[in-house]
Design a protein around this ligand. Structure first.
Ligand SMILES: CC(C)(COP(=O)(O)OP(=O)(O)OC[C@H]1O[C@@H](n2cnc3c(N)ncnc32)[C@H](O)[C@@H]1OP(=O)(O)O)[C@@H](O)C(=O)NCCC(=O)NCCS
Length: 198
């Protein structure tokens, strides 16, 4: 049973030029091509995609006691394709016949090899959930989505993600429906102010 005590010892920072020197030290399993790609993206693309091309934002998580980079998540807007899925049926029943619905996408996510199984992957998903709720204060956005590696399906499932459509090969498209969290905030007249992440 995990206790997530590590959450008290971490901080989130948006990637910036001051971080570029520490990205090289991010530890991954180099025998796994997916992880090599995730590190390459972090070093070569994450900052430029955010600061030059404005197509994603990358949040870094630092472990305060040793000031080490422990994980990152890259977020961007997208939509969830629902044609021929259970979600389409749900919406059809309300006479909403869209083929896709607004979503926030976890484009990339990785926890440093030395920090895995301590609750940081879950923390990074919560960073995404929080951003979605912030966005939803101003613009409709209900689903958190990801194209999930087969090996990580169990992890996403345990956090409440559902498979959009089963596929034989490649990454599995999954979504988390944030309806309940949005409803809770509305019912209790709570807002999620934009957080001041440095
Ligand atoms: C997938 C990934 C992000 C998960 O990160 P993580 O930090 O290990 O995730 P968590 O620690 O939150 O949860 C992982 C497991 O550890 C368990 N765990 C968490 N904290 C724990 C603790 N303190 N003690 C024991 N177990 C713990 C969780 O319950 C979870 O169990 P599960 O495997 O049964 O779901 C990470 O393995 C990773 O970066 N993998 C390589 C890249 C990748 O796959 N990225 C995702 C692309 S889709």
């Amino acid at each position: 049973m995990s206790d997530y005590t590590i959450w008290k010892d971490v901080r989130v920072e948006k990637i910036s030029s001051k971080h570029l020197g520490v990205l090289q030290n991010f530890a991954i399993d180099t025998s796994k091509p997916d992880e090599v790609e995730l590190k390459k993206f972090l070093i070569e693309d994450a900052y430029n995609n955010q600061e030059q091309d404005f197509i994603s934002r990358t949040y870094l998580v630092f472990h305060n006691p040793d000031n080490k980079l422990a994980g990152y998540v890259t977020l961007l807007t997208d939509n969830v394709h629902i044609r021929n899925t259970g979600l389409a049926e749900q919406f059809k029943a309300k006479n909403i016949q869209y083929d896709s619905l607004p979503a926030l996408k976890i484009g990339r996510m990785c926890v440093d090899l030395n920090f895995r199984k301590k609750g940081l992957g879950t923390f990074l998903i919560h960073v995404g959930m929080r951003r979605l709720l912030e966005i939803n204060e101003r613009v409709g956005c209900r689903f958190l989505i990801a194209d999930v590696k087969r090996g990580a399906k169990h992890f996403y499932k345990s956090l409440g993600f559902e498979v959009i459509k089963e596929k034989q090969k490649g990454h599995i498209p999954m979504y988390m429906d944030m309806r309940k969290q949005i409803e809770y905030l509305r019912e209790h007249k709570k807002t999620v102010p934009f957080t001041d992440i440095k």
